[in-house]
Design a binder for this molecule. Structure first.
Ligand code: CMX
Length: 434
């Protein structure tokens, strides 16, 4: 058994027993009461799933296995400039332990060894018009690999329930290993005439992805390490993670469930917001006729956007009530690595201008920037201007958290998800009875 699988199996077996004992002894204990506004308002705040890999606090933001982003930057083995490697975060999310440098290098090596793509990925993608949205291409690329699922094959052969996690681990490792190749293939065929770049086995997961995209720059490698770390997980209730979990609970394999989650990430209120942010900024720059808009000009543009009954992309959150620490981490990166970027200065001016305007509307619960408010300007700085691709980067990173969580779900024997829905008729008669 490989070292990561061994470590995981020891922890998971103990936790399985613990979970069963808790359900047996405390299963009838009430956790919360649900309000009608939650039932009718997107299930905000209803505790209804177990998710081990990370937890979100409304003011503090995300913690991965208890560690904040600044703590991860200090603790996880990193690249030459110190940005943490996502390989280490994956190990941490799966086992709960901070990995050593050797353990991180082992993950990198494993992902190189498992990265070969079946020919069906290229033939499926090549059958699509090159201008098909990159997220649609990503989902089709993932689905084209599904016939390689070890879980599905072993299930058909009659696998025991106790082996589900093992097969899911194998699918997870293979899928994460392959994703940068699928994603880079999509980028190169959509925006670089199909001229593909060979993988470089001497590079880590993030740098190799950057290399295959065609951006060989040490600082961009560092940005990719940070980017692919901070987007990896945001507890279980967000739309993409929840979708992966829901679909996985039917025992659909990692390919099927991850592809489903990517369809959720492709929505503009979720992951697609990263493309919408930069599109909105470019449109503002064009409309104002300047690459250095003043705060007054930005405020006018924000108000115009709101007057058109549109949201300000990159601002607001269903859970967070403070500036997103993932925004802050990207801002720090920009301060450290990038001097004199008009676009990044504009992102920072927007950060000064938008929150008071949204606050003034009196209905927006969180006027602060989320992760998507900053990422595009960093990517543009390093030459990646094709913003319809940005959500693919988010998706590659998100695989780490949701697939690690999927291995946990199968190891803990979590059941089919099946919450209750109600009709309007039920709501009215419930209120009458009250
Ligand atoms: N601009 C304008 N209005 C906003 C707003 C924004 N950025 N954020 C929230 N609002 C509005 C809502 O549209 C809603 O209006 P109505 O009552 O007229 O429908 C009202 O404020 C209350 O919404 P809320 O409770 O504060 O926010 P929700 O939990 O319903 O929604 C989110 C959260 C993220 C969908 C919302 O803030 C939004 O649309 N933001 C812009 C899109 C975005 O950046 N999404 C990315 C989120 C992070 C990610 O998943 O990647």
């Amino acid at each position: 058994m490989d070292p990561l699988k061994k470590k995981f199996s020891e922890k998971a077996l103990a936790q399985f027993k613990e979970l069963r004992a808790i359900i047996k002894e405390h299963g009838d204990t009430k956790v919360d009461e649900t309000k009608l506004s939650q039932v009718l308002g997107g299930a905000r705040g209803i505790k209804m799933m177990l998710w081990e890999t990370s937890q979100l606090d409304a003011t503090e933001g995300i913690r991965f296995r208890g560690y904040s982003i600044p703590e991860l930057k200090k603790l996880l083995p990193g690249g030459p400039n110190g940005e943490p490697k996502p390989e280490g975060l994956f190990w941490l999310m799966l086992t709960g332990d901070v990995p050593t440098v050797d353990e991180v290098n082992w993950v990198t090596q494993q992902w190189h060894e498992r990265a070969e793509l079946p020919a069906s990925v290229h033939t499926s993608l090549d059958a699509l018009p090159a201008d098909t949205h990159p997220m649609t291409q990503l989902v089709i690329g993932i689905m084209a690999m599904q016939s390689d699922s070890i879980f599905s094959r072993r299930y058909a052969e009659g696998m025991a329930k106790t082996d589900y996690w093992d097969a899911t681990y194998e699918d997870t490792m293979n899928l994460i290993a392959r994703l940068p190749r699928v994603a880079a293939y999509i980028y190169r065929r959509a925006f670089h005439g199909g001229k593909q770049i060979e993988a470089d086995p001497s590079l880590d997961w993030s740098a190799n992805y950057a290399h295959m995209l065609g951006i060989d720059n040490e600082d961009f490698y560092s940005l990719m390490r940070l980017y692919l770390t901070i987007h990896a997980d945001h507890e279980g209730g967000n739309a993409s993670a929840h979708t992966v979990s829901l679909v996985g609970s039917t025992l659909s394999d990692s390919y099927l469930s991850f592809a489903a989650g990517m369809n959720a990430l492709a929505g503009p209120l979720h992951g697609l917001a990263n493309q919408e942010v930069i599109k909105w900024i470019f449109e503002m720059i064009e409309s104002l006729g300047t690459t250095t808009p003043t705060k007054e000009q930005i405020a006018q543009y924000v108000n115009d956007t709101l007057a058109q009954k549109k949201v300000i992309p990159g601002y607001g959150h269903a859970v967070l009530r403070e500036p997103d620490p993932r925004f802050v981490a990207q801002r720090k990166f920009a301060e450290e690595y990038i001097k004199d970027s008009e676009l990044i200065e504009t992102v920072w001016k927007i950060f000064d201008v938008v929150p008071p305007i949204l606050q003034g509307l009196g209905k927006v619960k969180n006027p602060w920037p989320n992760v998507d408010a900053h990422s595009g300007a960093l990517l543009v700085h390093y030459g990646m201007k094709e913003y319809s691709y940005y959500t693919v980067l988010f998706g590659v990173s998100r695989a780490l958290g949701v697939l690690a969580a999927g291995v946990w779900s199968r190891a803990l024997g979590l059941p089919l998800e099946r919450p209750k829905s109600v009709t309007m008729e039920w709501v009215k008669s419930f209120l009458e009875e009250k």
